[in-house]
Design a protein around this ligand. Structure first.
Ligand code: ZN
Length: 374
């Protein structure tokens, strides 16, 4: 989170640049500067890549608006040197919704391509000249820039439609399959196709000595594996709730406690994350990272109430486990407080609890009260 900074906010969605983003601009300046052999070549490179990332952003906004239309909140859009990601707070329930959200991104690029082609033709430039400009890159003219953006935009659409995770094509494929079979099976087939594609791409890269393709192949392969795993977890965890995994014997902090008292409690309990409770009501949360950071930056007598996070939403015993796991991941937390519906503190649920439950469900499901008994 802190490895990126906010550029602007569109419809409530933060558009953030990863701190490594300037690297791609430096690379573009160098690459195009050397290619054209001029300083204006370097400027051309920076402008071209910046416009390319405007296209990437519009693509991600396409996904985002489709998600919002289905009531799926969008956390943020992050631009990194290798592309953009729109982070959704959760996945839509229905395959048809996932299909539309996945298609929305490349659709934006296709619409832009059509508009650009129409504009060029309006000025009497035919498509072949437009395409040719990209491959010749004959000078730092407006026409070359226009061609470069036109063709890059088409590449962007095609690359994203490759049927492999994490590309949109992988999600489109999974959604189409999931309309005919269960979600876990659809994911495993889509992930399998993605892996085959990645291996093919990797071999092609090896034979041609293309390091960049090999990197992409490894990336696609691991994303496919990751997607398959997370869907498997979701499948196995179906029906299990916080009730079956959380601890009611968590140590808690009072809002009046000092940082020193919190540190002492951490040391003797071995617990890392603490709920802050006042008269049995949850009033805040002090995750391990926040506590450690505070120990470094604040005096020991600082009150816990000034350090605790107030915007960590608790879960209830009936929240399903998969939802909790997704929240832990997206909020980069290790634990979440568990309360009753009216905020009375009950305990904590941690990543460890979920991992333990998952292992138990896989090895000896009979010893935990199953989803059916609830
Ligand atoms: Zn996309």
């Amino acid at each position: 989170m802190n490895k990126s900074f906010r550029l602007l906010t569109v419809s409530g969605i933060d558009l953030r640049l990863h701190i490594t983003f300037p690297l791609i601009l430096a690379w573009a300046a160098l690459q195009f500067g050397l290619m054209f052999g001029t300083f204006s070549g370097a400027i051309f490179g920076i402008v071209a890549i910046t416009l390319l990332f405007v296209l990437v952003t519009l693509h991600e906004l396409g996904h985002s608006y489709a998600a919002l239309a289905f009531g799926v909140p969008v956390k943020q859009i992050i631009l990194t040197p290798i592309g953009g990601v729109a982070q959704l707070m959760r996945m839509p329930e229905k395959p048809a919704q996932e299909l539309i959200i996945a298609i929305a991104g490349p659709t934006v690029n296709i619409i832009i391509a059509i508009l650009m082609a129409a504009l060029a033709m309006g000025f009497g430039v035919d498509i072949l000249t437009l395409l040719g400009g990209f491959f010749e890159l004959s000078g730092t003219t407006f026409m070359t820039l226009f061609s470069y953006i036109f063709v890059s935009n088409i590449f962007l659409a095609i690359f994203n439609l490759l049927p492999a995770f994490p590309m949109d094509g992988g999600r489109i494929l999974r959604a189409l399959l999931a309309m005919r079979m269960d979600y876990a099976r659809a994911t495993s087939i889509a992930a399998g196709i993605g892996r085959v594609l990645a291996v093919g791409l990797g071999i092609y890269g090896l034979l041609n000595g293309n390091f960049f393709l090999i990197m992409i192949a490894i990336f696609i392969f691991s994303a496919a594996t990751q997607e398959a795993r997370s869907t498997r977890v979701r499948h196995h965890m179906q029906g299990y709730t916080v009730q079956q995994a959380f601890t009611t014997s968590a140590y808690r902090l009072e809002a009046s406690f000092s940082l020193q008292q919190a540190a002492n409690m951490m040391t003797y309990s071995g617990q890392r994350d603490f709920a802050v409770v006042s008269e049995e009501q949850l009033v805040g949360f002090l995750p391990h990272a926040t506590l450690r950071e505070a120990l470094r930056t604040h005096p020991a007598h600082t009150s816990v109430s000034t350090l605790m996070l107030r915007d960590v939403h608790p879960v209830t015993p009936s929240t399903d486990i998969y939802t909790v796991q997704q929240r832990l991941l997206s909020e980069e937390m290790n634990a979440l407080p568990v309360t009753t519906g009216n905020g009375q503190f009950l305990g904590l649920i941690t990543q460890q609890h979920i991992a333990d439950l998952y292992r138990l469900v896989q090895t000896k499901p009979s010893i935990i009260p199953g989803p059916q008994s609830l």
